[in-house]
Design a protein around this ligand. Sequence first.
Ligand SMILES: NC(=O)n1nc(-c2ccco2)nc1N
Length: 324
Amino acid sequence: MEQIEKRILKLRKQLQHWEYLYYSEATPEVTDSEYDLVMAELRMLEAKRPDLLTIDSPSQRIGGQAQKKFRRVHHDFPMLSLDNVFEEAGFLLFDKRVRKKLNHDKDITYCCELKLDGLAVSLLYDNGKLIRAATRGDGTIGEDITANVRTIRTIPLQLKDHGNLPKIMEIRGEVFMSKAGFLHLNETAKREGYKVFVNPRNAAAGSLRQLNPEITAKRPLMFYCYGVGLIKEGKLPKSHWECLQQLKAWELPVSNQICRCIGSVAVLNFYWKIKKLRSLLEFDIDGLVIKVDSLALQQHLGFTARSPRWAIAYKFPVQEQLTR
Ligand SMILES: NC(=O)n1nc(-c2ccco2)nc1N
């Protein structure tokens, strides 16, 4: 391998690591100017040798010119919606139905996640490289928003390979905006005479559906994974909770507020705990998503036409919206 190629690979690895520490761990290892200096050297070398340019290079986060419209994407596995419950009795009925269907009189182990109030997206990785991102759309057909998603710094363009990466893997998760990011965006928009967004969810959706990725790149978007869709030539752990830990090991962002609860009482305790914490969180949530943890039991339960039988959204009461 030539010297320049070695240098380019070394700089990319270094920048990817620094980016992960800065955006996902919030523990920067270098100053911005040190980061910028190394990025400038990488861009200069890639300009010298465009044949060595690859889409997963950190220099390629903000793509080319704006698109005229979004291409359509067909989801191999439909991105279904979740059934909702609004009080304890509703969740207990869900738990009872699950145990009945599984002929399971013991406690079910559930994986409980925060229900992020943003936009569901699908990320397709090939050999660990992000090759496509799409909105949920109607669940079967979404929009190709790859250029915009690549600007979200916490989404790795190249997964950290420990030798167990599936060849093809579709990651599903939620793109959202923090409350602080939303308020700052609206203050700037107001000051500069642009339209303001009604809430962080609309701001995230509007930012993702920008035809010009340079605008998206300036928006404070966040992302957390919550599942895996299509997977080829690879295998995942047998429980949803362990899958999420594996995604974290590949340096994909996963919320740390995920609880594995054994039985319905433990789920309800977690629900009331998060309900108390809700206003302190840096982002909006509108409930919990409670999933049967065992993937084998999920498979056994299957789906209705609309939604998985192994998951439920247990919603919080509606909170007054931030519109300042
Ligand atoms: N919105 C959200 O936070 N979600 N949505 C799911 C989901 C939708 C379908 C299967 O899982 N999971 C989480 N945490």
